[in-house]
Design a protein around this ligand. Structure first.
Ligand SMILES: Nc1ncnc2c1ncn2[C@@H]1O[C@H](COP(=O)(O)OP(=O)(O)OP(=O)(O)O)[C@@H](O)[C@H]1O
Length: 267
């Protein structure tokens, strides 16, 4: 009987160590994320979350090993263009880089060219516009298309950035602390957009300090503390008072309702 080839993991990490100023700031023994799998990397400030993202995007390199520490779809030396095409990225720091008056649609179109806006040398096609508008429609933000991005609220601009990350149809989207700086309305819509991304069949790779960001579509949680993944498993097993209090070194209570989690201080 012919056997169906098994797809290699989207990401495989083995003995990856990143050192800065003489100390490890990230050490991952073994980790595998399947194609299409959504996860949340949860941890306190300084745990190594940004370094983890940069390891995936290949902006930082781990120490040399005989066996390549980071494999992308089974490849030891993938083309950077291939990695970037597969990954969309949304981060709050990106928003600070938007310092020009542009229609929100142009920011989304910029995602087709790996830029924040449309580069001058590029002639935008009708097809580009159609794709960008369709992406904005899917996220429920088509009404923002002609708005000057500098005049949008932080929450609206964050959703435009999600559109920018999605327009090139990546298979996975990294959400780097997507709700930082947002009011409850902004958080509501950003989390709803994350759900749309997951429901489109794309992997959501969420990095956050807050269990509140973990949308129901994410089942697997990785807890990062002091540069190491200290736990990796289903959220219902890891999002407990004892484990989360230990992760943040703070007395905390975790509550779950309708598939969402919330944190409360045990004052
Ligand atoms: N280039 C660098 N040189 C020295 N130390 C660094 C460098 N980059 C990061 N670090 C340190 O490595 C640790 C992990 O940093 P990282 O930014 O990955 O953490 P994080 O979990 O993303 O933090 P936060 O939640 O505050 O964004 C921190 O202690 C940070 O100060």
């Amino acid at each position: 009987m012919p056997c169906t080839p098994v797809a290699p993991p989207f990401l495989q990490i083995r003995d990856a160590v990143v050192r800065r100023e003489g100390r490890p700031i990230l050490e991952i023994g073994s980790l595998s994320i399947a194609e299409g799998e959504s996860i949340c990397l949860l941890g306190p400030n300084g745990a190594g979350k940004s370094t983890f993202i940069q390891l995936i995007t290949r902006e930082v390199l781990p120490l040399h090993r005989n066996e390549t520490p980071v494999l992308f779809r089974g490849q030891e030396r993938p083309l950077l263009t291939e990695v970037r095409a597969a990954l969309g990225i949304v981060s709050s720091s990106m928003q600070k880089q938007i310092a020009v008056h542009l229609p929100a649609l142009d920011v989304v179109i910029g995602g087709l060219y790996g830029m924040l806006g449309v580069p001058r040398r590029i002639e935008v096609t009708e097809e580009d516009r159609r794709r960008a508008l369709e992406t904005m429609e899917a996220l429920g933000i088509a009404d923002l298309a002609s708005r000057d991005v500098m005049t949008l609220s932080t929450g609206q601009a964050r959703r435009v950035l999600i559109g920018r990350a999605l327009v090139s149809e990546p298979s996975a989207v990294i959400f780097d602390e997507p709700c930082t700086g947002l009011d409850p309305e902004g958080m509501f819509y950003v989390r709803r957009c994350m759900r749309t991304v997951a429901q489109q069949g794309r992997a959501v790779l969420l990095v956050s300090h807050y269990p509140e960001d973990i949308i129901p579509e994410i089942q697997r949680v990785l807890l990062l503390k002091d540069a190491r993944i200290v736990a990796d498993g289903p959220k219902r097993q890891l999002l407990t008072d004892a484990i989360i209090s230990q992760l943040f070194d703070t007395p905390l209570q975790v509550r779950q309702k309708d598939g969402y989690y919330s944190l409360f201080g045990k004052y």
